[in-house]
Ligand binder design. Structure first.
Ligand SMILES: *[C@@H]1O[C@H](CO)[C@@H](O)[C@H](O)[C@H]1NC(C)=O
Ligand SMILES: *[C@@H]1O[C@H](CO)[C@@H](O)[C@H](O)[C@H]1NC(C)=O
Ligand SMILES: *[C@@H]1O[C@H](CO)[C@@H](O)[C@H](O)[C@H]1NC(C)=O
Length: 578
């Protein structure tokens, strides 16, 4: 693709690097990589300083509330959340307690070894067709791939998302990712990552005649249209087939392979990864994942050890090799029949030969792909209100501790999770004392369903706080539910649910921030109410293994599903605490 004047900043390596311009390209790559590596080491070093700040005196869970300062509040890198513009809360403790992401200047300078200055390459994708949390999972993966490949990410046109189309007053019901995640600022904050709209991409490269189909002919956007926002049907039937026709579609199906990024662009590096894989295969394949339950390997291990924990059921490595590196446009259709659906957690799918890049990627997702302030603030108002209520009910409860459930009902396809409120109470009563204030995040509209729990707990729902959500788009309520539940002391979720999974990931981020007991192994105060077999699964380290997504059928407890919700926490934790 043509050189872009607008791409200048990308080509200018910062001072220290520029001085070395006499070096051969190979050495420059090496030097750049060493600089980046150093940045990360510095970051990790600072991390270990933080870790030593305070382990002794947390009462468990509530140290961010009440009068006590958060353990890391002295750290200026802890990002800020300010809610004045979003209807509050104005109380600093109430906003502080939502923050798990950090502002790490060294991290924001990191560029992928595949970023080639002076050449612009692109990544386009089609959002997942499932529910919001599946869309979120695939988005995390795609953004991580964009940075890892050094490609400009092209966001799809605004469109409706399954189950996210409540029409309410003047609120919009057609969305782009930037409505949920702070992507507007991400490009400018993060070196080596550019994000543009489809509209801009089509104007810049399509109308300009730079895009070519398989036969090498210039291919203009259908009808020379650049703005496809809100044109759901045409996007699916016209734009996407056209994108598929002018791009290279890698066959990266999470079920079959892991996408592997060598340490550098050079050919022998992609080969060295392939050799690692071949050696494992020759010596009998990968060990069973059970071998790693309770015994995590170090995040700094060799490639082979890190692959061990992740690859049990996959047939190959999908290496980001020279052919793919050279393609001007990579396209990820994210469909079962083309390319493969990206229904997978990014850390279970992307493999980095360099462990530092792996950890960087995990921090990047934690620190940048978090819900926007509007959603965080709405949740903070509700958490604040629940804590006040809990404090009022009991003078003992001076930090306003509350517990929570995510009860998935509605159209969920896993029948084993359809248990009664009595069953939910029975399985939770050892963990949640009678009289507790319990927040229930649920898609169940009939609140009478919970009567058998209400006789024991002080139940509250999002609906009880409507007055705090007056100007909030109802399509954001699910995300608010997740954030509120993430701040509970004990949490009971639903196995198979990616909605529950994300609550647990955020709880892991918080546990990591505050170094709560068990955090090193990804253990948090979370349980599953159904199926009961899995109740304590979060109380034990569990490896990431194979493709981890919920299948669209109810075939009992398939081994792949076993890992679905256990893994996010550890990946989140080790991003920071290694
Ligand atoms: C799109 O624009 C190009 C360049 O101006 C032109 O050659 C082509 O005919 C146009 N296609 C359509 C469908 O209008
Ligand atoms: C795909 O490309 C071929 C040429 O390689 C062309 O004949 C065909 O019309 C294109 N289809 C679409 C949907 O753009
Ligand atoms: C890179 O991988 C693709 C997809 O697996 C394959 O078609 C291509 O031949 C590979 N290129 C090289 C140079 O190995």
């Amino acid at each position: 693709m043509a050189k872009k004047a607008a791409d200048q900043d990308r080509t200018s390596l910062h001072q220290g690097r520029r001085k070395r311009s006499k070096f051969s390209p190979t050495n420059i790559t090496l030097v750049v990589w060493l600089c980046c590596g150093l940045n990360i080491v510095v970051t990790l070093f600072q991390g270990s300083l933080l870790q030593s700040v305070d382990r002794s005196e947390h009462p468990g869970f509530m140290e961010t509330h009440g009068r006590r300062r958060p353990i890391l509040s002295a750290d200026r890198r802890m990002a800020q959340l300010t809610c004045d513009a979003y209807g509050g809360p104005l109380d600093k403790e109430a906003t502080d307690e939502m923050v798990y992401w950090q502002d790490i200047p060294e991290d924001s300078k990191f560029k992928s070894p595949f970023l080639e200055s002076g050449t612009q390459r692109y990544l386009t994708f089609e959002p997942d067709i499932g529910g919001f949390n599946n869309v979120r999972m695939s988005m995390e993966t795609v953004i991580a791939i964009a940075h890892a490949t050094g490609r400009t990410l092209v966001l799809p046109p605004e469109q409706n998302i399954y189950l996210l189309n409540k029409q309410s007053g003047t609120h919009k019901k057609s969305f782009s990712f930037a409505d949920f995640f702070p992507l507007d600022t991400l490009s400018s904050e993060q070196d080596g990552l550019d994000i543009i709209s489809t509209n801009e991409f089509l104007r810049r490269e399509g109308i300009a005649g730079n895009l070519k189909d398989g036969s090498g002919q210039t291919s203009y956007p259908p009808n020379n249209r650049t703005d496809w926002n809100g044109m759901q049907r045409d996007v699916t039937s016209v734009l996407e087939p056209w994108l598929q026709n002018i791009s290279v579609i890698p066959s990266w199906n999470p079920e079959d392979c892991m996408v592997a990024f060598p340490t550098s662009r050079k050919a022998q590096n992609s080969n060295s990864l392939q050799l690692v894989w071949d050696d494992v295969m020759k010596s009998g394949g990968f060990p069973a994942p059970d071998k790693f339950i309770g015994t995590p390997s170090s995040v700094r291990s060799s490639s082979i050890k890190r692959l061990y924990e992740n690859n049990k059921e996959r047939a190959s490595l999908c290496i980001y090799n020279e052919t793919l590196q050279q393609a001007p446009l990579l396209h990820l259709p994210g469909k079962n029949d083309i390319g493969g659906r990206l229904l997978v957690h990014f850390y279970a799918f992307l493999f980095f030969e360099d462990w530092k890049q792996d950890l960087w990627t995990k921090r990047f997702v934690r620190d940048h792909l978090r819900y926007v302030d509007e959603i965080q603030c709405a949740a903070a108002r509700i958490v604040h209100a629940i804590r006040k209520r809990a404090m009022k009910r009991s003078s003992q409860n001076k930090y306003g501790i509350f517990d929570a459930f995510h009860v998935r009902r509605g159209d969920f396809q896993y029948k084993k999770t359809r248990v009664s409120a009595q069953d939910m109470y029975d399985i939770s009563k050892d963990e949640i004392p009678d009289g507790m204030t319990v927040y229930i995040a649920t898609d169940e509209k009939d609140k009478d369903f919970f009567n058998n729990m209400a006789t024991h707990f002080d139940l509250v729902f999002l609906d009880d706080f409507k007055d705090l959500l007056e100007n909030v788009n109802p399509n954001l309520f699910g995300m608010i539910d997740q954030l509120v539940a993430s701040r509970s002391r004990v949490f009971f979720g639903c196995w198979f649910s990616t909605f529950t999974g994300y609550i647990n990931r955020i709880r892991g981020y918080h546990a990591d921030r505050h170094k709560l007991p068990g955090f090193e192994n990804g253990i948090i105060e979370s349980y599953y109410y159904a199926p009961s077999l899995f109740k304590n699964r979060m109380k034990e380290f569990w490896p990431v293994s194979g493709a981890t997504y919920a299948r669209e059928r109810d075939d009992g407890v398939h081994s792949r599903k076993l890992k679905l919700n256990a893994s996010p926490i550890r990946a989140a934790l080790f991003a920071w605490s290694s």
